[in-house]
Design a protein around this ligand. Structure first.
Ligand code: UTP
Length: 276
């Protein structure tokens, strides 16, 4: 039902300098696979086929990754290494990749707004590839959220509980519990202090958004850090109608930070060793 997934990937990735000086953060590999490929695989698993990527200067490697490399493929054809490109070839055959650039880094809300031309007037998913999610033996986070969307037909944010001393890093939501893992959002604050935080439910990098969000972003003034915050536009949407917060099943690694990245690498290494 939801066919398009937007990947805001224009950020500078300053926490990973100097690695991200000439290479997009989204191309950092966990094991031998770049973060953005994990994201595209998660979107495909949720039934999405059109990948809309918001890039910026110095991000060309993302486009090259989702394309055929004739020379390379010719070189390894018939060798024992050919299978290493099977997964990426399958994605390229199955999906359509579209791109637009965010010229100035004005925040996540602005990056999503730039995707309007690629999305049109339909509900869509948003995936931040530096939040790497994995639900061992079960459905991926976007597939779980697509099911919630099928029932409620409103914007949905993925949330996870974080310790009090971490709330200042996230958009924090609170709301009325609809079930064990679902909340109707009534408050949403971007990067609050522990005193300001309405709960410890933090938004992570997975969203399903209804297209009216674009008009709301257009009306959103710069917020925390002088950036256009998607959290502010979502709060307006929650006031006008309904926004849900979904406590997903699975693990999430903040691969935009060194600690999260190392943790993810260890996790996927152990999984591969165990044949998972
Ligand atoms: P981050 O807050 O992680 O920023 O953005 P960043 O620039 O990528 O990384 P650091 O903090 O400098 O290390 C969250 C997500 O939003 C995207 C980023 O690419 C990342 O996926 N983003 C953020 C944009 O696409 N444009 C923006 O203007 C801001």
């Amino acid at each position: 039902m939801i066919k398009r997934c937007l990947f805001p990937a224009a950020g500078y990735g300053t926490r990973f300098l100097p690695a991200t000086k000439a290479m997009p953060k989204e191309m950092l590999p966990v094991m031998a696979k770049p973060l953005i490929q994990y994201g595209v695989e998660e979107a495909v698993e949720a039934g999405m086929e059109i990948m809309a990527i918001i890039t910026g200067r110095g991000k060309r490697a993302i486009e090259d990754h989702f394309d055929i490399s004739y020379e390379l493929e010719h070189q390894i054809k018939g060798t024992s290494k050919e299978y290493l490109l099977d997964d990426i070839r399958a994605l390229i055959n199955r999906c359509t990749f579209t791109y637009t650039r965010q010229i100035e880094m004005k925040g996540l809300g602005d990056a999503i707004y730039k995707g309007r031309v690629l999305i049109g007037d339909e509900p869509f998913a948003v995936l931040l590839a530096d939040d790497l999610c994995h639900n061992e033996g079960g459905e991926g986070v976007l597939a779980q959220m697509a099911k919630v969307y099928a029932k409620y037909r409103c914007s949905i944010v993925a949330v996870q509980e974080v310790p009090d001393d971490q709330v200042h890093k996230y958009g924090i939501v609170s709301g009325k519990a609809i079930g064990e893992d679902l909340f109707m959002v009534d408050e949403m604050v971007e990067k609050p202090s522990p005193e300001e935080a309405p709960s410890n439910l933090a938004i992570i990098g997975r969203y399903i958004l209804t297209p009216d969000i674009f008009d709301l972003i257009e009306k959103t003034e710069p917020g925390k850090g002088g950036e256009i915050q998607i959290t502010d536009a979502l709060m307006a949407q929650a006031k006008e109608g309904m926004v849900m917060a979904y406590k997903f099943k699975g693990r999430r690694f903040d691969c935009g930070s060194i600690d999260g990245f190392v943790e993810a690498t260890n996790y996927f290494y152990e999984l591969a060793k165990g044949g998972g």
